[in-house]
Every structure is written in C-alpha cells, then in structure tokens.
Design a protein around this ligand. Structure first.
Ligand SMILES: *Cc1c(COP(=O)(O)O)cnc(C)c1O
Length: 224
C-alpha cells in the first residue's frame, strides 16, 4: 500500500480510538499493540516508519525470528498466544515486554521456576475467558481474582500488570459487550493492576468504551 494512503488509514484508526476513549474520560489513555502474526518483517517496518512501536506475536517461534531480525529497531514485543510448557525457555529467551496470555496458576508456577533459575523477571497479564468459550484458554471469571492473587503471592519473578481477554465470538454486540464488562469489572477489583487488554480489529471501539486501555489490532493495522 502507498505510504500516504497507509498513513491515512492508520490515522483513521487512531481517530476511532480517540473518539472511543473520550467517551470514557479525557484521562483515559489507550495503547495500540499491532498484532503482526500474519505479517512479515517488511510490513512491520512500514508500520514502524509511521510511528508504531509495540508489536505482538502468538507463536514463540515467530516472536523469536521477527524480534531478532528487527533487532536494530527500538520495538517492544508482546506475546499473546497459548504457551506450552515446553516452550517456556524459548519464550523467556526472547525477553518479551509483556506476556499477555498467562492463563493458569499451573503455567505461572512452571514459568516462575524457570525465571528464578535464570534470575529473570517478566511482566504479564492474566488471560480471562470471560465468555466461557471452550475454544479459548484463560481463567474463568469466577476464579480469576483468586488466581491473580495466588500468582502474585507465589511467583515473585512474575510482575502481574493486569488482565487480557478476547471478546465473545458472536455477531451479537450485546454479548460481546457483556464479555468485556465482565473482564473490566474483574480488572477494577484487582489491586495495583494497570493494564486491561481487550479489543481486536472487529470490536476495539466497543472494548475501549467498556474500559479497555490496550487494544491488540491485527488485520486493521496490516490491510492487504
Ligand atoms: C490474532 C489476535 C489478535 C488480533 O486479531 P485481529 O482480529 O486481526 O485484530 C488479537 N489478540 C489475540 C490474542 C490474537 O490471537
């Protein structure tokens, strides 16, 4: 895509975010994380050149390859995928800025062991399965607060910064909204949490109006 047109396209997204965030409060700041999982290094560079700094991948291998090959750029890398225990070492070797998809106490304990061994820390979000969908991982809304507190208490090398959730998989806006409201209300109950990561290409404006302060945008940021 032509650079001028691409910049206009991104400006339009920023404008949409601006409108949605003002709906919450003039002090409500939203961070855009560009999800580059379907995009190559050239596309990431193009977005970097018009100002984007935070990028996310959902496979450890892709995170490793892309973050290494773009090492000369001052980028911030997030991990947003399912983490299998046998990939923990690989993930922490990439030293991501934020591990957004920590989805259980069991995984947290395994991660803690590894971090301790390496004298390393990681910033993370607890993923919540607020729509209770079988296809998704994450803590149930009922258990989320307990699990969050347990991780804080038993995993000193994991800095929990807040929560992450994927909106309900449906066309019905009221149900998507409900799933965001559930996550946001858990977020508000947590002590010291500062990040509520909700909203993707199809539902980010709604997510922000429900209180999200971090959106994970893939297809809209990388139009084909
Ligand atoms: C792929 C993905 C996104 C981005 O999806 P789009 O609909 O392309 O914006 C956001 N969050 C997670 C966890 C994802 O896996």
């Amino acid at each position: 895509m032509d650079t001028v047109i691409y910049k206009q396209h991104i400006d339009k997204i920023i404008e949409n975010i601006e409108k949605a965030r003002l709906h919450v409060s003039p002090h409500h700041i939203v961070k855009i994380v560009a999800v580059s999982k379907y995009s190559d290094e050239e596309a990431i560079k193009s977005l970097y050149e018009i100002g984007q700094r935070a990028f996310a991948e959902n496979k450890v291998q892709d995170l490793k390859i892309k973050s290494q090959s773009l090492d000369e750029l001052p980028l911030e890398w997030h991990f947003i995928g399912n983490l299998q225990k046998n990939k923990i070492n690989q993930l922490i070797a990439t030293a991501p800025s934020l591990f957004q998809s920590l989805d259980s106490l069991e995984l947290a304990l395994a991660l803690q062991k590894r971090l301790e061994k390496n004298s390393q820390n990681i910033d993370a979000l607890l993923q919540i399965n607020s729509a209770k969908e079988e296809s998704k991982s994450g803590a149930t809304p009922e258990m989320a607060e307990d699990i969050y507190v347990q991780i804080k208490e038993s995993c000193p090398n994991i800095n929990l910064r807040g929560v992450m959730s994927i909106g309900a998989y449906t066309d019905r806006e009221s149900e998507i909204q409900k799933s965001f409201e559930i996550t946001h209300s858990i977020y508000e109950h947590l002590k010291d949490a500062t990040i509520c990561s909700m909203g993707m290409s199809g539902d980010y404006e709604l997510a922000i109006r429900c209180g999200s302060n971090m959106v994970r945008l893939g297809s809209v940021m990388f139009p084909r």
